[in-house]
Design a protein. Structure first.
Length: 247
């Protein structure tokens, strides 16, 4: 399946989504602040800081903000994405600490912005590489924390990642998952959906059946998010955020 996440437009959209703060990004419009900073809230609302962690894996890291947030507490963070364009942008943020880009304002008008690496980030703690989440290298090893945000329902075969997760998360480690369960045939053939069919169980029940043999659910919360289309149009979604503990 062709990767749709390789265009300059999508890179700019995700840089805006990950790095532009609410006061600047909202441009004075009444956009809900609790749906902003999604990539940051994934870490602050799901990660259990009371358990020491040395290695973290951010699957589907896009342009890298959650990876950088994990690096505030974890010394070795690997961000992986299938999009080479996203990984190039994340690597640019790591090395240059800012990127100039534009997003649509209205019609053909574009709005310039600057994506900046937040204060307090040590970029040497984070590295990025391009890989397929359904076919990860065998030598990755295990991690104290694995984060996969809004990824499952964008994979052609999400069950392949679920089968690999017990090997990726070290015993006692944390699996942080977030998904809106937006099953779409343009990303996932219907036969591979984890729920979403009239005759099937709800997606969360099916997800739990895959994870329960190796993980215990510790925490769940709703994580709203906004994806910008232009100055006055946004996609509003609510991802189900969960934290699972490896047996």
């Amino acid at each position: 399946m062709q990767n749709p996440y390789e265009t300059d437009r999508l890179v700019a959209d995700y840089l805006f989504f990950h790095y532009v703060p609410h006061p600047e990004g909202s441009e004075g419009l009444p956009l809900p602040e609790n749906a902003w900073n999604f990539a940051t809230r994934l870490v602050s609302e799901l990660f259990d800081r009371s358990h020491p962690a040395q290695r973290a894996l951010d699957l589907g890291c896009a342009v890298g903000r959650s990876s950088f947030e994990l690096s505030r507490m974890i010394t070795d963070v690997l961000g992986i994405d299938f999009s080479r364009a996203f990984i190039e942008a994340a690597e640019t943020m790591r090395t240059l600490k800012s990127i100039e880009a534009t997003v649509p304002a209205e019609g053909l008008r574009q709005r310039p912005f600057t994506a900046r690496l937040p204060d307090g980030i040590d970029p040497t703690r984070t590295r990025f590489q391009t890989e397929d989440a359904m076919d990860l290298p065998a030598d990755l090893g295990s991690f104290d924390v694995v984060l996969a945000a809004n990824l499952l329902c964008r994979l052609p075969q999400p069950s392949r990642l679920l089968k690999r997760l017990p090997d990726l998360v070290a015993p006692g480690g944390q699996l942080l998952l977030a998904t809106p369960f937006s099953w779409l045939e343009e990303f996932t053939p219907r036969k591979n959906w984890l729920g979403g069919l009239q005759e099937s169980a709800p997606s969360f029940e099916i997800l739990t059946s895959h994870l329960a043999p190796h993980f215990k659910l510790e925490h769940s919360t709703n994580l709203p998010f906004l994806i910008r289309e232009h100055s006055r149009k946004y996609q509003y979604g609510i991802s189900l955020g969960t934290r699972w503990r490896r047996h």
